[in-house]
Design a protein around this ligand. Structure first.
Ligand SMILES: Nc1nc2c(ncn2[C@@H]2O[C@H](COP(=O)(O)OP(=O)(O)OP(=O)(O)O)[C@@H](O)[C@H]2O)c(=O)[nH]1
Ligand SMILES: [Zn+2]
Length: 339
């Protein structure tokens, strides 16, 4: 896995050398031996809401933590008042190394490359089968972001009561992306069985949900986490601030274990940081075919060695379709339609 996590640098939060010069890193400082480690579930203007088992602890950054961002999903070590009692505030003295980072590149609306969520292991792309119509390109872009971040993708196709998923799923067959459908029931709720199938897939994991407005993401989150509203209310009560003014991610705990991270502010991913050469490593069946490529090959150009390699059958009968899908994903990184 050479270099897969090289890009995690931003997360290695270290104290800067102090002005006095020789203070040890936070990590090594014995004074923080009593620190407790929680998971960041919400971030709102310098206040971090964290959870340790059943306690909700609000914390701020210790002054010597440096500038690195702390995001939802980060595991943070805290000192000070970690009782979780109302009006208490702990201090974050350390951010543990991240297993994964989901990021988006700078784009027109935001000129800074940002880590959106840390330590997730699954990216759930929520798309309606109708009303609004599914957008293949947007889904493709989410898949690129997922593969690039080392997250397993899952398609959740909502509103299956309005349209048949088969047509849409054809686009993802060669990619072998797991998918589930949810459907509305006559009583206006979601059909219970379809929600349970999603729940089974999410339990025990940290899943980031992304989806366009109106696809039914909130409906699904509320079905999965009955206290979702209340949980969000807790964040409010503690920070004393309105959740609706914030578009940052929020982690909700599933009743059976695991986390669902809702990302209200994330409608698309800038993908400028995704490099074709490393992206292809996620296609283990195709990657060996790039040995004969010209230097710096985009794998979507006339001299790309993959065409011949796949035509010779090296990637099996599904090779041509896989290559086509790979190229479609690579192309989705650029272009005007940001999905
Ligand atoms: N027919 C049908 N309608 C659904 C289903 N799921 C959600 N809806 C409806 O779709 C609309 C949008 O649902 P929301 O859950 O608010 O969608 P959202 O993705 O959270 O959208 P935002 O709140 O704008 O981010 C609502 O009117 C829901 O009642 C479904 O499975 N079938
Ligand atoms: Zn190539």
């Amino acid at each position: 896995m050479s270099g897969r996590y090289d890009h995690l640098d931003e997360s290695s939060v270290r104290t800067r050398p102090s002005r006095k010069g020789n203070r040890p890193r936070t990590k090594d400082r014995p004074a923080h031996e009593d620190a407790v480690v929680g998971v960041v579930v919400g971030v709102d203007r310098g206040r971090y809401t964290t959870r340790i088992e059943d306690r909700t602890i609000v914390a701020m950054r210790a002054r010597d933590l440096g500038r690195s961002r702390i995001v939802v999903g980060d595991r943070v070590a805290m000192v000070g008042d970690t009782s979780g009692e109302p009006d208490t505030l702990a201090r974050i003295v350390r951010v543990e190394d991240r297993d994964t980072v989901l990021r988006r590149s700078a784009d027109d609306s935001d000129t800074v490359e940002r880590v959106i969520v840390a330590n997730a292991d699954q990216l759930v792309v929520v798309t309606a089968l109708a009303d609004p119509e599914p957008r293949e390109r947007m889904v493709d872009r989410c898949l690129v972001a997922a593969y690039d971040a080392g997250l397993e993708p899952l398609l959740v196709l909502t509103k299956a009561d309005l349209a048949d998923p088969e047509n849409f799923l054809r686009h993802y067959k060669a990619l072998d992306v797991p998918s589930l459908v949810t459907r509305g029931a006559p009583d206006g709720q979601l059909e219970a069985g379809s929600v349970e199938a999603v729940r089974a897939r999410l339990t025990g994991r940290t899943s980031v949900l992304v989806g366009h407005s109106g696809v039914g993401k909130s409906t699904l989150v509320n079905a999965l986490v009955p206290e979702a509203h209340r949980a969000i209310g807790v964040v409010n009560a503690v920070t004393g601030r309105g959740r609706h003014t914030s578009t940052s991610a929020v982690a909700l705990e599933l009743p059976e274990g695991g986390w669902v991270v809702d990302t209200p502010g994330v409608r698309s991913f800038g993908l400028g940081h995704v490099d074709p050469a490393s992206f292809i490593e996620h296609f283990e069946d195709l990657a060996p075919g790039t040995d004969g490529c010209p230097r710096g090959c985009s794998h979507d150009e006339p001299h790309c060695a993959l065409d011949e390699w796949v035509a010779q059958g090296h990637a099996g009968p599904s090779g041509p379709a896989r290559l086509e899908s790979l190229r479609r994903l690579l192309r989705s990184r650029t272009g005007e339609d940001r999905g």
